[in-house]
Design a protein around this ligand. Structure first.
Ligand SMILES: Nc1ncnc2c1ncn2[C@@H]1O[C@H](COP(=O)(O)OP(=O)(O)OP(=O)(O)O)[C@@H](O)[C@H]1O
Length: 269
């Protein structure tokens, strides 16, 4: 018997099982809270029926399901192309992103503070799991590192792209002048203007963290999960950005709108 073996199971088997478990857990975290979760359930039922057909020797059924499965795989790749690309991009991102994330957070918060001080209206959506490509497509594509002066320049009055929202992916600004979906008027946010309602609307349809600087009040707020948070000072804004955006990748966890944000995101009417 091998020196490393523990009875029938040796250390290599244990390592194998642990790695597979870790992989399955990562896959679970990728799909939970996304539209893919129902598809995964469907695939599991499909696979269950297929295995049962094979075990029971139902040749025609298992052959049919096997062929349908191959076609289905291609269909899934097409259907989930945006999500797959986002996952691969996340996996492929190089190390050192902690440093980049810290710098992006500080620059973004500084830009928000300066815009608020000068009462310059601004709207910025930070992408998390839900791809924001369809909204980015309504504006002008950019590819610029986040910096406070750049964001301030984008929203400066009379600047060509100051109207509409900016979209951020990680530490890069990827689009400006974008049209976000307005919150459907259910009465809750009726007294707010279109900038705030566009922020709430986008946060309703995606898991994006949407930042707003009010031109009227010079306040900074976050919309998340279809709700508008309270006015934030610079410290609170940094803390929220850290918890909601710039920490999650390294922790491997995207906070859901209900979790950490709840502390400071009481609904505002
Ligand atoms: N659907 C939209 N998508 C993105 N930006 C929008 C959208 N609708 C309006 N905006 C932006 O909001 C600006 C108008 O803001 P408005 O004054 O109506 O809103 P508000 O919520 O009262 O904000 P503020 O407190 O800054 O005045 C527009 O000039 C435009 O830049």
């Amino acid at each position: 018997m091998n020196a490393l073996s523990l009875g029938a199971v040796n250390l290599r088997d244990l390592l194998d099982i642990l790695l597979v478990a870790a992989l399955l857990y990562q896959a679970y975290k990728l799909v939970v809270n996304t539209r893919a979760v129902n598809v995964v359930r469907g695939i599991l039922v499909f696979a269950g029926v297929w295995v049962a057909a094979q075990v029971l020797g139902l040749v025609t059924l298992s052959d049919l399901l096997g062929r349908a499965g191959t076609v289905g795989l291609f269909a899934l790749v097409v259907l989930f192309q945006p999500e797959l690309r986002a996952v691969l991009e996340r996996v492929g991102r190089y190390r050192g992103r902690e440093e980049q994330a810290g710098a992006a957070l500080q620059e973004l918060a500084r830009a928000m503070e300066r815009l608020a001080e000068r009462k310059t209206g601004a709207l910025l959506a930070i992408e998390r799991r839900t791809p924001l490509g369809e909204y980015a497509g309504t504006g002008v594509a950019l590819d610029a590192k986040i910096s406070a002066p750049f964001i301030e320049a984008l929203f400066a009055r009379n600047a060509p792209l100051h109207d509409g929202g900016v979209i951020i992916q990680g530490s890069r600004v990827v689009a400006a002048g974008c049209l976000f979906p307005l919150q459907q008027s259910d009465g809750t946010y009726r007294r707010y203007g279109t900038r705030h309602r566009a922020a709430i609307g986008l946060s309703e349809l995606s898991d994006a963290v949407v930042l707003i600087v009010s031109e009227e009040r010079g306040s900074m707020r976050i919309a998340l999960g279809g709700r508008l948070g309270p006015d934030l000072n610079g410290t609170e804004l940094r803390e929220q950005l850290r918890v909601l955006v710039y920490d999650y990748e390294d922790l491997g966890d995207v906070p859901s709108p209900e979790t950490p944000a709840k502390r400071v995101m009481e609904p505002q009417s």
